[in-house]
Design a protein. Structure first.
Lengths: 736, 68
């Protein structure tokens, strides 16, 4: 992978560093343009690469996830190691590694640097946030540090774009020089350790393994029960395990007790490196950040601020996005009408208007909420408050088997599970993150409201109870919290079964507060929104078209289309339209009648009839069954589907008086009313717990990088919803 | 266990599982000074200052850290 030959060839540079070092800011400042993002295959780790130029060289800059250590415990953590060692098949081996270090927190940051040095790659250390360090009276002798490490050390202030030119030219010069071993750098481990690594390497080669890089041998010895041990032992179990146990015993006898020795030796090495290089004031000065913290993490004041912030954020997502969402919806109808007018009535018209434009609308309608939530999240994260929020509510969330970091994503899910699930990216523990993702759709999102409103208005007697509360309002309120209540035992159960394992540590840095960087925030929000539209969006559209097809075929729609043409002809001339107003109304109701019949005869309708025995115990007839199935792309669709089935046309609202009276009037063949209070409650409970939201499921697919979890979510939530609805109906029937 | 505002020198971390390794990686090694800065509303987790930065630990993790 030598790049010395051609001066104009592409360089690959990997950027690594601790969280909260300004790594994203540096990445954006260096590359300027937008990054290509995606996932590394098979894992949930995000891949972020951007093209930039250093002098006359084109450079691919790879942003690795922020980490405190390169000791991989899971496949996800192994990705960074694989990228650095050039073992990740879809990324070129890096020519240069940039290790970004927070100058105000240099001691702990050098831990990761010391691990990167063990890879013997051309490395540059970037000292970022030197301004913060200076404000705290911390002085670093950069030339001396560079000499001791045997590496170029560059001072930057990424948010002010300072030091970037020097960094760019250093990248080119470092890449041009072959890596040499700096013998003047003090060794981290004693000679006995290096000897054990060599022995282990020889042993692996004798087992027929290809030459193993020194860094991996080191990790094999140091990480007891780590990812590599599991990976290598696979197959040659007894021999390698025995060798490792023996080697660790020999090392312990020489004073290198694994695993405790690594941290001790590395920090000792860091202390020696920094001796005389780092000057700290005798007493730590109280900074603005400290003063803010004494207030923001205060037992009382901290909680009040937190509650106000969360309430404000929720309110903004819930109501602030509403006008924009209505605009999206209105825009969709408008475009649908215009396009519908151009195209001749028929299947193509219906496909374009109801299938495709409806699908695009279904995607875009989420955008305002997603963008707003991500704006808030990015600001809170970038300024350093997110860690405090997790700190404040951690105790509460651990009682549910989750961690403090699950709070914000779950709360956001009350507006919409899609941004809520995207927000789980801040949870670094996989089991915590997965549990949060899987229970997030149980939070009552805004799409469930129309269903609750329709059912509660129609069937719950509007009596006043408990001193002034309307009973329907109370029922809607109760339904809103049913999901969250059920989520508690579900989360507990998931943590006990599927995601069993020891409680992940909550060892969390509380970074210094800083002004959020507009560039980083803009980039993050833009990327999230774009990714949602491109990745989940296409699948959401496909689902919408699929369900449209199931509800359209195989019926003969020629009569409906003829009626449409007749109505349009009458409406074309305003004076005639007025004269024939009655005739138009008559035609429209005929048409609605026909549409209802066509839906009943469609594949969807036939399927609804077929599953009627299954939904009968819930008190439902085939119409409700069809409504539930048609609402798979999104829950609120049930309202319009019921509108079509009851021949009212598809443009009904949840509180439409005709729809309310139509459902009230619906009868079984023997004359009993279909809907009564238990049935209404059964439908509401079903919708409170079901996973009837293609967007959510597809976002789960995107975030977990696997089809297994959306399928699992759909199955467990549907089973839960069915059981809940069954219980609600059967108990309700006994009652009334 | 330290109480609010107290400082002490670390003399080690109990155990050699993943949690212990994590604590040590974060700088909780022998010889470092640790200071208790305050606790969350329900008394857990606790905020400490170590290596010149702020670190939050649950009580169950903080108990692992042995101080002089």
């Amino acid at each position: 992978m030598s790049t010395v030959a051609e001066p104009a060839s592409l360089l690959t540079v990997a950027l690594i560093g601790n969280p909260n070092t300004g790594k994203s800011t540096l990445f954006n400042a260096l590359s300027g343009s937008r990054a290509l993002t995606g996932n590394y295959p098979g894992v949930t780790v995000e891949k972020k690469i951007s093209r930039m130029t250093c002098g006359d060289r084109a450079v691919d800059l790879i942003d690795l996830p922020g980490t405190y250590s390169l000791a991989p415990r899971t496949l996800d953590e192994m990705v960074a190691v694989n990228v650095l060692l050039g073992k990740q098949s879809d990324v070129r081996a890096p020519d240069v590694v940039i290790c970004i270090v927070d100058a105000s927190n240099i001691e702990r940051n050098l831990y990761l640097v010391s691990q990167v040095l063990d890879m013997a790659l051309p490395t540059i250390v970037v000292l970022n946030m030197c301004d913060v360090a200076a404000a705290r009276g911390i002085q670093i002798d950069v030339p001396a540090l560079s000499k001791r490490l045997g590496l170029p050390v560059i001072k930057t202030e990424a948010h002010r774009k300072r030091g970037l030119d020097e960094l760019r030219s250093t990248i080119v010069s470092v890449a041009a020089v072959a890596p040499t071993h700096h013998l003047d750098r003090p060794p981290i481990f004693p000679a006995a350790f290096a000897a054990e690594c060599e022995q282990l390497g020889a042993m692996l080669t004798s087992l027929g393994k290809p030459q193993t890089p020194y860094f991996l041998l080191e990790r094999l010895l140091l990480d007891v029960g780590g990812y590599l041990e599991g990976h290598f032992v696979d197959g040659q179990a007894s021999q390698l395990t025995a060798h490792l146990v023996g080697a660790r015993e020999r090392l312990a006898a020489q004073g290198v007790k694994v695993p405790a020795a690594e941290a001790r030796l590395r920090y000792e090495w860091i202390r020696n490196i920094l001796e005389g290089v780092l000057t700290r004031p005798a007493s730590r000065p109280v900074t603005v950040s400290d003063k803010l913290d004494s207030f923001l993490t205060h037992r009382v004041a901290g909680l009040v601020v937190f509650a106000l912030l969360m309430l404000g954020m929720f309110q903004a997502i819930y109501t602030g996005a509403k006008p924009l969402m209505e605009l999206c919806d209105a825009g969709k109808d408008r475009v649908g009408n215009v396009v519908g007018g151009w195209l001749p009535a028929g299947m193509l018209n219906s496909l374009v208007v109801d299938g495709i434009i409806g699908g695009v609308g279904a995607v875009l309608v989420f955008l305002p909420q997603i963008t707003l939530l991500f704006l808030f999240m990015a600001i809170l994260e970038d300024c350093g408050y997110m860690a405090r929020a997790a700190f404040l509510v951690d105790r509460l969330m651990t009682r549910l088997g989750l961690s403090g970091k699950s709070f914000v994503p779950l709360m956001s899910s009350f507006a919409c599970a899609v941004p809520g699930i995207l927000a789980t990216r801040v949870i670094e523990n996989r089991r915590d993150r997965m549990t949060t993702i899987l229970v997030a759709p149980l939070m009552s999102c805004s799409a469930r409201q129309p269903v609750y409103v329709l059912m509660a208005t129609a069937f719950v007697p509007a009596t006043t109870v408990l001193g002034g509360w309307q009973l329907p309002t109370l029922v809607v309120f109760g339904m809103t919290f049913l999901g969250a209540l059920v989520a508690v035992p579900i989360a507990w159960l998931l943590k006990k079964t599927v995601f069993r394992g020891e409680t992940p540590p909550f060892v969390m840095e509380l970074p210094s507060y800083k002004w959020p960087s507009p560039g980083v925030i803009f980039n993050r929000v833009y990327e999230q929104a774009r990714e949602f539209v491109v990745r989940a969006g296409t699948l959401i559209m496909a689902t919408t078209v699929l369900i449209w097809g199931a509800g359209y075929f195989p019926g003969d729609h020629s009569r409906v289309d003829e009626l449409t043409a007749q109505i349009e002809a009458l409406q074309a001339d305003p004076t005639r339209a007025e004269e024939h107003a009655e005739e138009i109304d008559d035609l429209v109701s005929q048409q609605n009648q026909m549409r209802g019949q066509l839906l009943e005869e469609s594949y969807l309708g036939r399927f609804g009839h077929a599953i009627e025995p299954a939904v009968r115990p819930l008190g439902w007839d085939w119409r409700i069954g069809v409504g539930v199935m048609a609402s798979f792309p999104a829950r609120e669709v049930i309202v319009t589907t019921l509108g079509t089935i009851y021949s009212l046309g598809s443009s009904v609202e949840a509180d439409d008086r005709n729809l309310v009276s139509a459902v009230q009037a619906a009868r079984w063949p023997d004359g009993r009313p279909v809907y009564n209070v238990p049935v209404a409650v059964s439908i509401m409970v079903f919708f409170a717990l079901c996973a009837q939201c293609a967007s959510t499921l597809l976002v789960i697919r995107r975030e977990t990088n696997s089809w297994r979890w959306p399928v699992f979510t759909f199955c467990y939530m549907t089973a839960l919803a069915y059981l809940g609805a069954l219980l609600a109906y059967q108990i309700g029937r006994l009652w009334s | 266990m330290l109480s609010r505002g107290e400082q002490a020198r670390i003399c080690g971390v109990q155990g050699d599982d993943a949690v212990a390794v994590r604590l040590m990686e974060m700088g909780l090694v022998e010889g470092q000074t640790i200071e208790h800065l305050g606790a969350a509303p329900l008394g857990d987790p606790v905020e400490y200052s170590v290596c010149g930065y702020r670190l939050s630990l649950r009580l169950s993790e903080a108990r692992r850290v042995q101080v002089e």
